[in-house]
Ligand binder design. Structure first.
Ligand code: SF4
Ligand code: SF4
Length: 95
């Protein structure tokens, strides 16, 4: 029984280490919306657990926009959901 607990503890520990490593690696990166490709489907907005993205309407139409860039961890979860190649991860301050 204790072997199971040790195994679970090791898995959790490795998962935490992996998360910390990913966050450190992505600290200088942020998500960016390519407005011209965005269909306004909203899939990326639903996917982001940190609520970084929002839907906006401007002269180019309805599209996703980055509302809180400082909170973005560049995890790429939203990017996977976009079928229109309208999201990319860039270096911060490099637009
Ligand atoms: S990269 Fe991650 S944190 Fe940033 S907007 Fe996308 S899902 Fe949210
Ligand atoms: S998933 Fe892609 S196309 Fe849909 S709103 Fe987000 S950026 Fe735009």
């Amino acid at each position: 029984m204790s072997t199971i607990y040790i195994g679970i503890t090791i898995i959790i520990f490795l998962w935490i280490l992996g998360s910390l490593h990913r966050n450190r690696k992505n600290r200088n990166k942020v998500i960016c919306v390519v407005k011209s490709n965005c269909s306004g489907c909203g899939r990326c907005i639903k996917r982001c657990r940190r609520r970084i993205l929002e839907m906006v309407k401007d002269e180019t139409g309805i599209h996703a926009a980055v509302k809180y860039p400082k909170k973005c961890t560049a995890c790429g979860d939203c990017l996977i959901k976009c079928k229109f190649n309208a999201l990319k991860i860039i270096k911060r301050n490099s637009k």
